[in-house]
Design a protein around this ligand. Sequence first.
Ligand SMILES: Nc1nc2c(ncn2[C@@H]2O[C@H](COP(=O)(O)OP(=O)(O)OP(=O)(O)O)[C@@H](O)[C@H]2O)c(=O)[nH]1
Ligand SMILES: [Mg+2]
Ligand SMILES: [Zn+2]
Length: 304
Amino acid sequence: MADTSSSVASGIVVALQANYLEVELDAAPAGYPGRLLCTRRTRLTHRGEAVYVGDRVCIEAIDPGQARAVVADVEPRHSFLSRPPVANVSMVAVVLAVDQPSFDPDQASRFLLTAERTGLDVILLLTKTDLISAAALERLVTRLKGWGYDPLALCSTSGMGMDALRQRLAGAELSVLCGPSGVGKSSLLNHLRPDLQLRTAAVSGRLQRGRHTTRHVELFPLGPSARVADTPGFNRPDLPDDPQELAILFPELRQQLDPWPCRFRDCLHRGEPGCGVSSEWERYPLYKAALIEQSSLSRPSRGG
Ligand SMILES: Nc1nc2c(ncn2[C@@H]2O[C@H](COP(=O)(O)OP(=O)(O)OP(=O)(O)O)[C@@H](O)[C@H]2O)c(=O)[nH]1
Ligand SMILES: [Mg+2]
Ligand SMILES: [Zn+2]
């Protein structure tokens, strides 16, 4: 089907840089470059249609010699992670360090809630486990199990947990590594694919924060039908803005809501009369604080 003269093909956007899209062809004919640098048809720009990493696109006007082409159309997305923006994600891996930068439950929850909003599989990766004792690690793992997660304990320097990580990522068509700067996202990928040689940098300052080393979202192949996105770290994702939605984003609360334990259908589980949700869970105060933060963000509220 690869006809170079009419030169129309399909592919996936693997990176964005300034006004260009880097597209990997689904089936590159022999002698074709693996990646093409593409502009977009003005028609797309006029429709205001954004194109994201992970989007499946139709390209035309392929110039294999210059490795250039033009994106003519974007296929509908089946999922979308808003921050960092990645389309057609199948699994979100929230990456958090046990130390350097230190584990912050509020920040951790913000990343997890953002990931849960996609409705996709969410996994939790704990990095830099060489920096704390085995006992401290076990306490943290137990704590996160209470949040409804089964974290994978990893160390990029010793290689601990890396086989299990490889297996998890290889089972997902497109997974995204997201988390604060400096937790070791790019280091994980360098361990899994040493040929990538992604840039990493030591954390700095009193708070041992990351230095925003990765600047762009980029997809890398990790086996025949799996890709993984490295993303720039950031420190404080926003909370979802719909109070009714918030509850189901906490796995440990979600499992208390089936069957519905409360008297009222629109119960927000803040200890209202007739609320059947227990207050005996670690993130309950955080859940309530998040509701308050939300209502102060989204005023005027729905009258009550
Ligand atoms: N002790 C220890 N240090 C690690 C480990 N993994 C990564 N690091 C170090 O942590 C620092 C930050 O790693 P990066 O991979 O750049 O972190 P990142 O999450 O990609 O950061 P951004 O690109 O800024 O979002 C580097 O100095 C790494 O060498 C680990 O398992 N143990
Ligand atoms: Mg990085
Ligand atoms: Zn309730």
